[in-house]
Write a protein that binds this ligand. Sequence first.
Ligand code: SF4
Length: 249
Amino acid sequence: MSYPIYSDWTWSYSRISLFEECPYAFALKYLYNDDNVQSNFYANFGTYIHRIHELYYTGVLTKAELVDYYIQHFDDVGPHKHRSKYFIEGLNYFEDGVAVTPSFIVGVEKNILFKVGEYNFTGFIDLLYKNNDGTLTICDHKSHVLKPRSRRKTPTVSDKELDQYLKQLYLYAHGVHQLGLGSVGQLQFNCFRGQITVSERYSKDKEDEAVEWATNTIKKIEGATEFMPTGEWYYCHNLCDHRGVCEYI
Ligand code: SF4
């Protein structure tokens, strides 16, 4: 059985990366419409911090109000054994202000609709801002702490992880260019828990690679007739939205 439903789909990084994580989770979410989803503390925390960033960058909260707001609404994140650790990390981050303070903001949580090959694609850019030289930075707020590129001859595990995350930002760069919003000069991760900003100079080759990866993955999904469970133990038991209904764990 094949699934002809994709013809009118708008694809996104999260859709195709979920298929890469676990085809069965993809099927539960998008083909079987499992609405019995279970959230998790880490996702809630990330969403909460994104919300505060959005309030700050759109001028609703001032820098001086960040800490109070963060403390007052932290209950939204929910209980977890690592709650105190994450609370302190977030508190330290907002006590120091926010890490990225651009002088010219182009967009916050900016929704872009564009084409990746023949496919309709969408994305939300956490923060799009102009650099001093007139180029743009695509900035993504991340709970996960990434390491800056090692610059070693042989890429390290951390370098490979960074490249994996950069695919998403390169797809957004593709959209920014296609929509004529400007020329992307830099891609950036604001890793707020670690209070570290990881920035990379834009590369056209890497944008092309990300587009190729996305189109190939979409073709693979379109051709798939079986959606096997491939989630790793930790992901399955802690992060997967469908862990409450999955019969494989
Ligand atoms: S619990 Fe694991 S195997 Fe089941 S759908 Fe989620 S990721 Fe896949």
